[in-house]
Design a protein around this ligand. Sequence first.
Ligand code: HEC
Length: 139
Amino acid sequence: MKNFLTISVLICAFMISCTNAEEEPKPVNFTKEIKPVFEKRCVHCHNRETLPDRVSFENAKTAFLPAKDGKVYIVKGKPDESLLVKAIESPNFHEKMMPMVGLRTTKEEAALIRRWIAEGAKWPKGPAGKVKVTFRAKE
Ligand code: HEC
């Protein structure tokens, strides 16, 4: 009986630790989850050639540059202060400038970007951090 109790307690402890592990999602992976969104939805406009005065999401260096007026697009750890999050979460902010409705991010993509910024917006250096511009939208 004593053994049975000990084993039950152990099993319970194990199950609790497992459920806790499930509650904590894995950190967002830039290369696998964020880069494809920028590639598919943003970088054909937001590259240095097409919109030279706007934010470019081609690599970490250009994406973290503040705008001329001091606005910051990605504030590490603070999605609510990041213009990038505002641009994709509030329908009027960006849609006015971008009537191509089909290009908008999905809810899941927007949530991933929000979480990625909350986790510190880690953007790798080198080829993994380069977002390919496959075509360039004309202004
Ligand atoms: C069809 C071209 C196009 C696409 C695609 C596009 N944008 Fe934009 N975006 C623009 C233009 C043009 C502006 C500037 C509008 C203005 O200032 O009136 C802009 C502005 C912005 C701004 C605010 C810049 C500022 O200085 O106020 C952010 C942030 C932004 N875009 C993020 C994104 C993100 C993130 C994506 C992808 C999910 C994206 N954009 C996709 C054309 C585009």
